[in-house]
Ligand binder design. Structure first.
Ligand code: ZN
Length: 1058
């Protein structure tokens, strides 16, 4: 008689050995797992054809090629290449009646195709924990099988690409060995017992030692091992009878409920390029279709509309099969957005488009929109997301990334997340702290322990399945979950649609806590800066698309046969949104990905610029447009909604234009455009002398250079630092005595592991200050004064700064051209103002957030580097200074010093990140009044959105139409900004106008429109739900207007009917 000896640690080790595929595999459970196995000829014949270079040919192309015979041991290579294997299988007659599987392990990724060209299942080769090498050839072999043919598309990359230490740059010379190509028959009872034992083993690891269930699990496993005999299959049945008793004990009424959902988080690009992602999607999702058939209780969720769209285009058969599974409710499209985007860098309008494009795709193809905003893996969550989520028709939010915080533990699991404007979304952060869980008992036990809100809600979401080409959940996970549905000692597990989880929480939860404002991620703070060019391209694309849509709407309404290019604009927005993926725009992908994104941005910027030009020509077309070389004047267009007075620089035409000043650096003709109407046009006469008091520049006795205009005087030292900055209107010195501005510091930038991702706090302690070697006066007024500053940096880098001040504004600008060749260094510029405030104000999407300027607590300290959009501002009562930028996102303010992070030089996963030429601009903008009383938001727009200009013949163009009232304007509310004008997505001739309250107060704004509108409704970002507003006709044919009330930071979308 066998009984459990009381030596639990030894028994536990015994169980581990019994389950291990190692030294004792011929005497333990592994000896029973397969009843038959054959390989080689005549059963498995393999031939290969290798595609050229890094080409990824289609099935149709590949099968027509000539194949060569190969054997196990064949080497596939090199990195990123594709090899098609034709496997001709002859199933032996003794397999008749049995399920037969092919075990195919190429040590890399592969796709199994039918001979007819249907994508069947993904393979993840190698010996990682995500190994998936089993393919079911037939569920029941016949007595006399004829030969079967399968194709295997072998991709020479691992699940995580080809880098060392996970994030190392890819090894371009790797090859992969075909390890196995066997036909096998599984011993069904042995596998059943294996899964039972696996759960027992996990419960022994996870349950409190010496609890009754712990002892019961241990004794049950021990009894099964005692009963087992590798040579006698009836002992498997005995083992299963023993385990059945254990698993028959059910959980109690108060047991925690886990809602389990399979998924396969596929990064849309990361350690592999977009084109490989397209195959990873097909491999992973086809794999899941098979499992959904075999496990009817199983539910699988997939996000990112872009991934579905790729599948639809490249694998239409597979897409159709997935649509069928979506109809049955097993395959669940989720997430709302176009891709799982970064939420730091994209603009408000970009986030809106992510939802608009995503929700519309889900509705069009699958019949409904998503309720859950699904973003498990993004590096921080903007405080405006709750409002955008609500306006997109969703109401729930899922993530887990804050579990990676490296300073403070986020205190909630299930809570109401309240955004800037007060909108709230029910939020859940999976307590298992992963989205690639393994469906193990110990993980489920841990997941309950880590739930921080069980007092209010006794349920949680559990996302399991291998990501990134691991193919999602595997058979073992589903076998285990099936066994763990209701077992004493474990939480209860239900496979369910995530909506069901949230709806259940809504119904049953009591007194959930709230978290107000941004979900700041205390890690990956370098992603506001890495891959500088990509961030700049994104900023340019956002503003170019903004101009394009606004101008196209106006051009269309003027009725000059201009056709609004809807289809092309949608294509470009999709591309811009694609590059906002949470490893692309943050700068955390390999070099190959940035070659892809460069090509995409080139397309977006070129196409958008060309279409914008068409719209401009159409707008200006009736105004006597001539050849540029015959120009005598300049027509300017202002796409912001307020009037602007600015210096316009027209390159290349200085001679014939006879302008008041020619800029030295590029020979551009400079002229003043005075009070150009918002969303309107104006003619500028270049020869007209400006009324402005001239700007001047001189070198003082101490060797400093002083730039001075009516508003400010800026004094720069011979080292290029701003040693004095005086507001001449109040004679206030802004630089704190003994300190400076434009201080450039080169910091060490060595993170703990995540190279391109992380700026670490300790690197702030280690830096050198870089100083100019030469300061030269360049332009001397009257419209523009400038100096050039030469600054050697580090070992081999250098910067040329052009610092300029115009006659008409207190804004001091710094244009930088850097030749950057550093290694794990980071360049920051800082300004120390004589301003005292406990917080600084940073622009975020559709608004601002305030963050501390001190490090009182660990929560304050964690924000030592934060994200901002076009500006950050340091204000006290009565005065403030903003630091503007044209493409940077990393800011830090400590006490009175505000710094902007300019460049980084990480070496993984892109070995050449940011090396070479970099250009960018920043500016300081002093203002009277605190931030709330300033025009900083508008100033930052102007710094990023130049006036559009077009050379014209003055005589032909001198039409009164040129100074017509603005096409759109916002009055009576200086805190309301018009952010976008576009045609609606439904193709109608209506006009969508999006505005937001930018400073954090109520407003009652008058929005006027000069182009045809018959009525107006207030709608949401989906452009649908509508509240009627009163459209009034203005006197003198000046158009129509509507009064719109705003709450603080509210996003308002108006829809004007044509
Ligand atoms: Zn990810």
């Amino acid at each position: 008689m066998s009984y459990l000896q009381k030596h639990p640690d030894v028994t536990k080790s015994r169980l581990n050995t019994f389950m291990s595929n190692g030294q004792f595999k011929k005497a333990n459970i592994h000896a029973s797992l397969y009843e038959s196995r054959v390989n080689g000829l005549p059963h498995v014949q393999m031939e290969v054809w290798a595609a050229d270079g890094q080409e990824r040919p289609t099935f149709e192309h590949a099968v027509k090629q000539e194949f060569q015979l190969i054997e196990v041991g064949h080497s596939f290579g090199l990195s990123w290449s594709t090899h098609w294997v034709r496997a001709t299988l002859q199933i032996p007659s003794e397999f008749a009646g049995k399920e037969v599987r092919l075990i195919f392990d190429p040590s890399c990724e592969a796709m199994v195709w039918s001979a007819e060209g249907q994508a069947l299942q993904g393979i993840t080769g190698g010996n990682g924990q995500d190994r998936r090498v089993n393919f079911v050839v037939t569920k029941k072999a016949k007595a006399s099988e004829t030969k079967r043919v399968l194709y295997l598309e072998v991709a020479c990359n691992g699940m995580f690409g080809l880098g060392d230490y996970l994030i190392g740059p890819p090894d371009e010379n790797r090859s992969f060995t075909l390890n196995t190509a066997d036909l096998v028959v599984k011993q069904v009872d042995a596998w059943a017992l294996y899964y039972d034992l696996d759960i027992l083993k996990q419960m022994i690891e996870g349950l409190p030692k010496d609890s009754p269930r712990w002892w019961q699990a241990l004794s049950t496993a021990n009894a099964i091992i005692n009963a087992y005999d590798a040579k006698d299959s009836t002992t498997l049945t005995t083992g299963l009878e023993i385990s059945r008793k254990f698993f028959g004990a059910k959980s109690g009424d108060a047991t925690h409920q886990v809602f389990a959902i399979g998924n396969c988080h596929i990064d849309t690009a990361w350690l592999w390029p977009y084109d490989e992602t397209k195959r990873k999607i097909a491999r992973s999702w086809s794999t899941q279709l098979d499992l959904l058939d075999r496990f009817p209780e199983y539910r699988f969720a997939a996000s990112q509309a872009q991934q579905f769209e790729w599948l639809k285009e490249l694998y239409p058969g597979l897409f159709a099969r997935i649509k069928d599974k979506i109809k049955t409710g097993q395959f669940i499209p989720i997430g709302c957005t176009w891709i799982e985007m970064d939420c730091n860098v994209p603009s408000g309008e970009s986030l809106t488009r992510q939802f608009l494009l995503g929700q519309r795709f889900f509705e069009e193809h699958f019949g409904e929109r998503c309720l859950v905003f699904w973003l498990p893996d993004t590096f921080g969550y903007s405080s405006q997301l709750p409002q955008i989520v609500r306006q997109a028709g969703a109401k729930y939010f899922f993530t887990q990334k804050l579990s990676w915080n490296n300073i403070n533990k986020f205190p909630h699991t299930t809570f109401n997340w309240v955004g800037l404007d007060g909108s709230s979304v029910l939020t859940h952060m999976a307590p298992a702290e992963t989205y690639t869980a393994n469906a193990t008992a110990n993980q489920l036990i841990e997941s309950v322990k880590k739930h921080k809100d069980v007092a209010y809600t006794n349920e949680s979401l559990y996302l399991y399945g291998h990501g990134d080409g691991g193919g999602g959940p595997n058979e073992g996970m589903l076998e285990r979950l099936r066994r763990m549905e209701d077992v004493d000692g474990l939480p209860r597990v239900k496979q369910a649609h995530p909506n069901e989880f949230y709806e259940h929480v809504e119904k049953t939860a009591k007194d959930l806590v709230s978290w107000r404002g941004e979900l700041y991620f205390e890690l990956h703070r370098g992603t506001y800066t890495s891959q500088a060019k990509t961030k700049k391209q994104n900023r340019q694309a956002e503003f170019l698309l903004r101009d394009l849509e606004l101008l196209s709407v106006v051009a269309r309404s003027l009725g000059k046969n201009f056709v609004y290019p809807s289809k092309e604009i949608t294509r470009l927005w999709k591309l811009a949104c694609l590059n906002q993926f949470h490893d692309v725009i943050p700068g955390s992908s390999i070099e190959m990905v940035y070659k892809d994104s460069d090509a995409i941005y080139a397309d977006v910027l070129k196409s958008a610029a060309a279409m914008k030009q068409e719209a401009v020509v159409s707008l200006f077309g009736g105004m006597g447009l001539t050849l540029a070389s015959e120009a005598t004047g300049i027509l300017v267009a202002n796409t912001t909604s307020w009037p602007r007075t600015e210096i316009v620089a027209v390159p290349g035409l200085s001679a014939q234009l006879g302008a008041q000043q020619v800029r030295k650096q590029d020979q551009a003709a400079l002229m003043v455009a005075t009070t150009v109407p918002g969303c309107g046009l104006q003619l500028v006469n270049p020869t007209k002398t400006a009324d402005a008091v001239p700007v001047s520049v001189h070198r003082d006795k101490g060797g400093c250079v002083v730039l001075e205009n009516l508003y400010v005087a800026a004094r720069f030292s011979a080292e290029g630092q701003l040693v004095s900055f005086i507001d001449r209107r109040t004679e206030r010195e802004l630089v704190l005595k003994g300190q400076s501005g434009n201080v450039l510091r080169l910091h060490d930038d060595v993170p703990i592991f995540w190279d391109a991702w992380d700026i670490e706090i300790y690197n702030l302690e280690k830096f050198t200050t870089v100083k100019a070697t030469k300061v030269t006066i360049v332009d001397e007024g009257p419209l523009l004064a400038s100096i050039s500053v030469e600054i050697p940096i580090g070992e081999g880098s250098k910067m040329l700064q052009i610092i300029s001040l115009s006659a008409i504004s207190p804004r001091l600008e710094f244009a930088c051209d850097v030749d950057w060749h550093e290694n794990h260094k980071c360049l920051k510029v800082g300004f120390s103002w004589d301003i005292r405030s406990d917080f600084a104000t940073y622009e975020t999407q559709y608004g601002v957030v305030q963050r501390p300027t001190h490090r009182n607590t660990t929560w304050d300290m964690a924000k030592f580097e934060v994200c901002a959009h076009k500006f950050a501002d340091l204000s006290e009562y009565g005065y403030g200074v903003a630091l503007l930028n044209d493409s940077k996102y990393g800011y830090a303010t400590l006490e009175n010093t505000m710094a902007l992070t300019l460049l980084r030089s990480p070496k993984s996963p892109d070995a050449h990140c940011d090396m070479g030429q970099q250009t960018f601009r920043y500016a300081v903008f002093p203002h009277q009044g605190s931030f709330n009383e300033s025009k900083v938001v508008q100033e930052a727009y102007q710094f990023n959105v130049p006036l559009i200009q077009m050379p014209v013949d003055m005589k032909a163009a001198s039409s009164s139409a040129m100074t017509a009232a603005p096409y759109f304007s916002v009055t009576a509310a200086p805190n309301v900004v018009l952010d976008a004008v576009k045609a609606p997505e439904d193709g109608s001739h209506d006009i969508i106008v999006r505005l937001y309250e930018a400073y954090g107060g109520h407003a009652s704004a008058t929005v006027s429109i000069k182009i045809g509108a018959s009525s107006v409704v207030k709608t949401d970002i989906m452009e649908e739900r509508a509240d009627n507003l009163e459209l009034r006709t203005l006197a003198n044919g000046a158009g129509k207007s509507v009064v719109v009330d705003f709450k603080p930071f509210e996003i308002v979308t108006l829809r004007f009917a044509a």
